[in-house]
Design a protein around this ligand. Structure first.
Ligand code: HEM
Length: 451
């Protein structure tokens, strides 16, 4: 029998640019097509990077667990992100990461989350009363994705940093937007402009940097000088943390963690909510069932961290929405030692990628993978390990998963019984895979009061 040599990079790439053009045009479909055509280990060349898309559960597990030191988070995307986030827990590794993760982890304890729930609910009520009241009365269209970004930013700033300055929120919103654009241009772009070249994107990124510094350092300095009491929020934990030799964290280190949580902690949740609202507004039977559960289980009580646990169907809606539209649609690791995945060896310098967008759509693990069917989560069966991972897995699993889920549940449980969101007919809503998966151009809706 003739022996075929082990497959390396796929035949579909063009000379020099490889798959860069196809990937940049439509990354989500590109990944799906590659995986469907080439199988569980799909190689591609994007810009200067050699990539392997992996979607077999055992491969996903190996990538996310990576305790063995053969894989690292120093991918081009994480390096570009580090320009803004510095060396916070999202962009660091090893002992440094572990020490900081241990300082930050208690911020997300059950008791703290229960207290954060009231801040979240207040922010949601405030949005309804102040920002949405007129739009509801007049029937004006608005972008629910933008509203959710403002809401989740406010929540993360108030709960973790103890600030409620509206000007800061607007500036932060713009700064994170320019950070995303900057990182985006550095992914898979063979002709990327060097950082010093004053292109529009580089200039916006420099302004974004300065904004993040200004806001983070002002908050930190207020706290360090003792002028502002922070109670037991994240900033207090970071300011009072000491290492084994009793040394405090530097201003820069605190800044990096603050900015990391701001950036990682709001866009993801905002996008999860935008997609959930889009799916719900197309599924009246699902909304009806969720409302019926809310009426039965909460009977008009204010949603909080305890009573939302009774909302099994609403939780299923959230799981299903995160399956179809995972805000972190792909993540990668740099290969430090040759590592075999199936019949392909990833070489030093390659990047291995795992994508919830692909794994959550594999027809061998999901029936009707493209359908929005929350009922699939009500059978008591859990998906097989590493076929569903909207929050990643292993040691770098999302630190804010419970925080984000609480926020999403509280928003839905507060809004669904009171407002009906109808999509404005018109353009289709297209997923835009930036650093997080956003709806391109937003999700435009009209709201009406229910009941
Ligand atoms: C629906 C909302 C969210 C989703 C889908 C999500 C998703 C993820 C994923 C997939 C990772 C792992 C990335 C990797 O392994 O490369 C991650 C890490 C992380 N997330 Fe989230 N996230 C969400 C909300 C949040 C929130 C609310 C916070 C903070 C308030 C947060 C902070 C972080 C941090 C700091 C990390 C890095 C953890 C580490 O490496 O130790 N995330 N997130």
């Amino acid at each position: 029998m003739p022996r075929t040599p082990p497959r390396r990079y796929s035949p579909y790439g063009l000379p020099l640019v490889g798959h860069t053009l196809a990937f940049r045009r439509d990354p989500l479909n590109f990944m799906l097509r590659m995986t469907r055509e080439l199988g569980d280990v799909a190689p591609a060349q994007i810009g200067p990077a050699k990539l392997l898309f992996l979607s077999r559960p055992e491969h996903v597990r190996r990538v996310l667990m990576h305790k063995d030191g053969n894989l690292s988070k120093r991918t081009p995307v994480y390096r570009a992100l580090a320009r803004f986030l510095g060396r916070g827990i999202l962009t660091s590794e090893g002992d440094f990461w572990l020490r900081h993760r241990r300082i930050i982890q208690p911020m997300f304890s059950k008791q703290r989350l229960a207290r954060f729930a009231s801040v979240m609910t207040r922010a949601i009520e405030d949005m309804l009363a102040r920002r949405w009241r007129d739009a509801i009365a007049r029937g004006d269209a608005f972008d629910i994705a933008d509203e959710m970004t403002k809401l989740t930013l406010r929540i993360v700033v108030e709960t973790l940093l103890g600030s409620s300055s509206t000007q800061d929120m607007e500036d932060l919103d713009q700064a994170t937007e320019s950070a995303q654009r900057y990182v985006q241009t550095r992914i898979g772009n063979v002709l990327v402009a060097p950082r010093w070249l004053p292109t529009a994107i580089n200039r916006a990124a420099t302004r974004g940097d300065a904004t993040l510094d200004r806001i983070a350092y002002a908050l930190i300095d207020d706290r360090l000088s003792g002028q502002v009491e922070g109670g037991d929020d994240l900033l207090s934990a970071l300011v009072s943390a000491r290492d084994d030799e009793g040394r405090p964290m530097s201003r820069q280190q605190i800044r990096d963690e603050v900015v990391t949580l701001l950036v990682a902690g709001h866009e993801t949740t905002a996008n999860a909510l935008a997609w959930a609202f889009m799916l719900l507004s197309r599924a009246p039977d699902v909304i009806a069932r969720a409302r019926e559960e809310l009426a039965r289980e909460l009977a008009g009580a204010t949603p909080d961290a305890a009573n939302i646990r009774r909302l099994a169907y609403l939780r299923a809606v959230v799981s299903e929405s995160l399956r179809l539209y995972p805000p972190v649609w792909v993540t990668g690791r740099l290969v430090l030692e040759p590592t075999r995945f199936g019949d392909v060896t990833a070489r030093v310098g390659d990047v291995v990628l795992v994508s919830p967008w692909i794994s959550h759509r594999r027809a061998d693990f999901w029936t009707n993978p493209e359908g929005f069917d929350p009922a699939r989560w009500m059978t008591g069966e859990r998906p097989a390990p590493y076929t569903y991972f909207p929050f990643g897995g292993g040691p770098h699993k999302c630190i804010g998963d419970a925080f984000g889920l609480l926020e999403i549940m509280l928003v839905l449980a507060t809004l669904l019984p009171r407002v009906q969101l109808d999509l404005v007919p018109g353009e289709p809503i297209i997923p835009d895979p930036m650093i997080t998966l956003k709806p391109r151009g937003g999700v435009w809706v009209r709201a009406r009061a229910v009941g």
